[in-house]
Design a protein around this ligand. Structure first.
Ligand code: NAD
Length: 350
């Protein structure tokens, strides 16, 4: 299991090193190789995604990514900024499926902006298509029409694009509660009608998984009304962009949420959903749990090591149950600890 470790900027190196300690604690043959990316890539090799880093990422079986973004480079033109590294990796590696779990540990339910009873025990997974839809469909542009300008984009999905994201969702559901809710706008959009047809066809190969359909406006409402009704939500790029941010905020703890982006062979890039948090970098304040949970996702989705992934997730749950908290999730009556101490606690719990 060759893993390219790309810590990146800000808190990236601090949180990734804790996740690496956790991986090394397991009795698995994991090879970790580190390379600079983002601002660190600009510093080391003059590019946010240096060729050597890209080569390592291509050769690896999976990538553990921290975060990129450094205020020192905020004035560079967009193409040269640290954040371009992530787009470059997605494109070069063909990462088309984005998996974002939103899980609320009972002890952290008070951090949500919803009432604790609505979110305690929440465990849903959003599977978002990442490389198609209105973000990439052609033609798009701004043109003159009569006396004014008009802007236009093209929502477009091919059958094969829908089929492959459907399979990722059904397979993910098999590792969970075997329910997929496909979200679209089939009452208005042709693209969504095709999406719905293909999902329904593909579900015939997954007879053990229950498929339902929901319009995106209803889904946005249901996510704040009764989010625990969902297991896996699968949706296109545009709807997924919005719904996955909505779902992550149900948890109220940005430092707790992992994510995965997969290619057609389950090679993946695993990263916390948060950024490089320059405001707390280097202070031993960052919560490493999102990154540690990203490493667990890596074991589950790229290496089929479900048991090892379960062990990491159970260790995280145990540490939280013991009342140990980094500053971002600290509440009265719990014990505040630093990034390294949180890593120590998870390693000890393993
Ligand atoms: P951010 O996620 O870095 O931080 C938002 C807030 O959450 C900050 O107050 C931060 O201290 C806190 N926070 C984030 N992660 C935390 C953790 N693990 N533990 C404790 N607190 C945490 O978002 P931002 O401030 O908007 O962006 C900072 C930089 O990160 C920017 O350069 C941005 O472009 C970049 N960014 C990168 C990614 C990525 O690498 N995938 C994603 C989002 C933002």
């Amino acid at each position: 299991m060759r893993v390219a470790v790309l810590p990146g900027d800000g808190i990236g190196p601090e949180i990734v090193s804790q996740a690496c300690r956790v991986l090394q604690k397991l009795d698995l043959k994991v090879q970790l190789q580190t390379a600079p990316v983002g601002g660190a890539g600009i510093e080391a090799a003059g590019h946010p995604l240096p060729p050597e880093t890209l080569r390592l990422a291509k050769e690896a079986d999976a990538i553990l990514f921290g975060a990129v973004g450094d205020p020192r480079y905020d004035n560079l033109e967009r193409a040269k900024r640290p954040e371009q590294a992530i787009l470059g990796l997605r494109k070069a590696l063909g990462l088309f499926a984005n998996l974002r779990p939103a899980q609320v540990y009972p002890e952290l339910a008070a951090a949500s902006s919803l009432r604790p009873e609505l979110v305690a025990g929440l465990d849903l997974l959003i599977v978002r298509e990442l490389t198609g839809d209105i973000y990439f469909g052609q033609p798009k542009g701004i043109r003159s029409k009569g006396a004014e300008r008009e802007g236009f984009d093209t929502m477009l999905y091919s059958e094969s694009e829908v089929r492959r994201i459907a399979r990722v969702a059904f397979e993910a559901a098999r590792r969970r509660s075997r329910r997929v809710c496909s979200v679209d706008k089939a009452n208005v959009l042709e693209t969504s009608q095709l999406w719905r047809e293909v999902l329904t066809e593909e579900s015939r190969s997954f007879g053990d998984v229950e498929l339902s359909h929901m319009y995106v406006d209803n889904c946005a409402m249901q996510l704040v009304r009764n989010p625990k009704q969902f297991d896996v939500i699968v949706t296109g790029n545009l709807f997924g962009d919005i719904l996955s941010d909505e779902a992550s905020m149900l948890t109220g703890s940005i430092g707790m949420l992992p994510s995965a982006s997969l290619d057609a062979n389950n090679k993946g890039l695993y990263e916390p959903i948060h950024g490089s948090a320059p405001d707390i970098a280097g202070k031993n304040l960052a919560n490493p749990l999102a990154t540690i949970l990203s490493a667990a996702m890596m074991l589950r989705y790229s290496f089929n090591q479900d048991q090892a992934a379960d062990r990491i997730e159970a260790a995280v749950a145990k540490v939280l149950a013991r009342g140990l908290r980094t500053a971002d999730i600290h509440q009265a009556g719990t014990q505040q600890i630093g990034t390294v101490q949180m890593g120590d606690a998870v390693v000890a719990a393993l």
